[in-house]
Design a protein around this ligand. Structure first.
Ligand SMILES: O=P(O)(O)OC[C@H]1O[C@](O)(COP(=O)(O)O)[C@@H](O)[C@@H]1O
Length: 336
C-alpha cells in the first residue's frame, strides 16, 4: 500500500465539513475509535498465543458467558473514549447500564453518545473465525450542561450521526458512514495505518447469497421458512448459496461486497430475535441503507423502530434491497 492511498485520519478531516454538526468533535470521536480498533486488533491477532482465549468467568446482561476478549475489547473502547473528553455517555453490550461521562471541566459539555458491541461474533473467538466490533453514534437530545440520561440512548436509528464496524478477518477493516455513503479502510499492520481501500461501498441491488442459522429453521416464522425454500428452489438465478459465518459483521461485510441477505428471525428460543437493536441492528441498518441496501424486522424499517430499552432484541433482515423486499413479501403473505 503506497502513500498515494488516503489514510483514514486524512479522510476524516477532509470530510468533516460534510457532517451535520460542523465542530471537530465527531472527527476526534472517530479518530478515538480508530485508535481503539488498532489496540484491539493487536490483541485479536495474537489471541491464540496469550491467555486471552476462553471464558472470563462472568455472565453479561445478555445472559452470555463473557469471553476474555469481549471484556478486553469492552475495556479498551470505553477507556479510549472516556479519556478523550468527547463523549457524554457510552452504552455497551457488555455493560448492564449506560456509563455517564462528564467533560473535564465538570460541566457536561460533551455532545455525543456512543453505543458499542465491543466484540461481535463471540462464538467464533476461540476458533479463529473473523469477529468484529460495531459502533453507533448519536448527538445527545438532553441539554448540554446536564448529565446524560437514558433518553439520549433510546433514539430511533434514523437519528444516528455515524455508524460503523471493524472486522478482524483475513485483513482488518474499518467501515463507516456519517450519512454520506459508506467507505472501507484496510489496516496496514506494518505501518499501523488504515488506508482507503473500498471507497463508496454499495450493496448490489440483488445477489445469490443467503445467511441464516438454518439450525433454527423449525422455529422460524412461516414467512421466513417460505423465503428460505424460495432461495433453495431451482430457478434462473437460484438456488442461492448458503453462507453463515455466525459473526454478523463478517456476514454483512461479505453480503455488501457480493450481494446477499442476512436474517436473524424470531423463534421460540428467541421470541424477539437474538440481535440487539441498539448495538447491532441500528448501526448495520444505517450502513445498509447508506450503501443502497435495506433492513427491517420483516415489516417495519429497522431505523424507524422506537427503542424502549437498552438491551432490547428485534428480528433482523438486512442486505441487498431486492432480496430484503422479497423476504418482506413472504412475511406479509405468510406471516408468523
Ligand atoms: O449462533 P447464532 O445463534 O446463529 O448467533 C450468531 C449471531 O449472534 C451474534 O454472534 C451476536 O451475538 P454476540 O454479539 O453475542 O456475538 C452475531 O454476530 C451472529 O450473527
Amino acid at each position: 500500500m503506497s502513500t498515494k492511498h488516503q489514510t483514514l485520519g486524512e479522510f476524516i478531516i477532509e470530510n468533516q465539513s460534510s457532517f451535520r454538526y460542523t465542530s471537530g468533535e465527531l472527527s476526534r470521536l472517530l479518530n478515538s475509535l480508530r485508535l481503539a480498533a488498532k489496540v484491539v486488533n493487536h490483541e485479536v491477532n495474537k489471541a491464540g498465543l496469550v491467555d486471552i482465549l476462553g471464558a472470563a468467568g462472568d455472565v453479561n446482561i445478555q445472559g452470555e458467558n463473557q469471553q476474555k476478549l469481549d471484556v478486553y475489547a469492552n475495556e479498551i473502547f470505553i477507556q479510549t473514549l472516556t479519556k478523550r473528553n468527547i463523549v457524554c455517555g457510552i452504552a455497551s453490550e457488555e455493560e448492564d447500564d449506560f456509563i455517564s461521562i462528564n467533560s473535564q471541566d465538570e460541566k457536561h459539555q460533551n455532545k455525543y453518545v456512543v453505543l458499542i458491541d465491543p466484540l461481535d461474533g463471540s462464538s467464533n473467538i476461540d476458533v479463529n473465525v473473523s469477529v468484529g466490533t460495531i459502533f453507533s453514534i448519536y448527538r445527545r437530545v438532553t441539554p448540554v450542561g446536564t448529565p446524560v440520561t437514558m433518553e439520549d440512548f433510546l433514539q430511533k436509528g434514523s437519528e444516528q450521526v455515524a455508524a460503523g464496524y471493524i472486522v478482524y478477518g483475513t485483513s482488518t477493516m474499518l467501515v463507516y458512514t456519517t450519512g454520506h455513503g459508506v467507505n472501507g479502510f484496510t489496516l496496514n499492520p506494518a505501518i499501523g495505518s488504515f488506508y482507503l481501500s473500498h471507497p463508496n461501498m454499495t450493496f448490489p441491488e440483488s445477489g445469490t447469497i443467503y445467511s441464516v442459522n438454518e439450525g433454527n429453521y423449525l422455529d422460524f416464522p412461516l414467512g421466513i421458512k417460505k423465503y428460505i425454500k424460495y432461495c433453495q428452489e431451482e430457478a434462473e438465478d437460484r438456488p442461492y448459496t448458503s453462507r453463515y459465518i455466525g459473526s454478523l459483521v463478517s456476514d454483512f461485510h461479505r453480503n455488501m461486497i457480493k450481494g446477499g441477505i442476512y436474517m436473524y428471525p424470531k423463534g421460540s428460543r428467541n421470541p424477539d430475535g437474538k440481535l440487539r437493536l441498539l448495538y447491532e441492528c441500528n448501526p448495520m441498518a444505517f450502513l445498509a441503507e447508506q450503501a443502497g441496501g435495506k433492513s427491517s424486522d420483516g415489516y417495519t424499517r429497522t431505523l424507524d423502530v422506537q427503542p424502549t430499552s437498552l438491551h432490547q432484541r428485534v428480528p433482523f433482515i438486512c442486505g441487498s434491497k431486492k432480496m430484503v423486499e422479497k423476504a418482506e413479501q413472504f412475511m406479509r403473505e405468510f406471516g408468523e
